[in-house]
Design a protein. Structure first.
Length: 95
């Protein structure tokens, strides 16, 4: 039965969250924010795994590649960035 009950809350940005993307291959959720960062979260625990910095203005979009190990982001700094996570996912989950 659907209840509509909140299951988990992900708290960690200092600005509005503009976009989210989930990698079903890795169990990682990515969020893009007006605080110029992308946060990678453990989907099951809600724990912050890593904060990606590099954009110099709001991050407006984020999406995982089908391989689950590449993230693309776009921001109001007029850049599109590719983030190669490589084997970091396995080490992130072991922290």
């Amino acid at each position: 039965m659907l209840t509509g009950k909140e299951v988990r809350r992900f708290v960690g940005h200092s600005g509005d969250v503009n976009n989210i993307s989930n990698s079903s291959k890795t169990g990682i959720l990515a969020s893009a924010s007006n605080d110029n960062t992308i946060v990678l979260w453990d989907y099951d625990s809600g724990r912050i795994l890593i904060r990606l910095t590099g954009h110099t203005d709001d991050v407006s979009a984020v999406a995982f590649h089908a391989n689950g190990h590449t993230l693309v982001s776009g921001g109001l700094d007029s850049t599109v960035r590719l983030w190669d996570m490589g084997l970091k996912y396995s080490s992130l989950h072991n922290n």
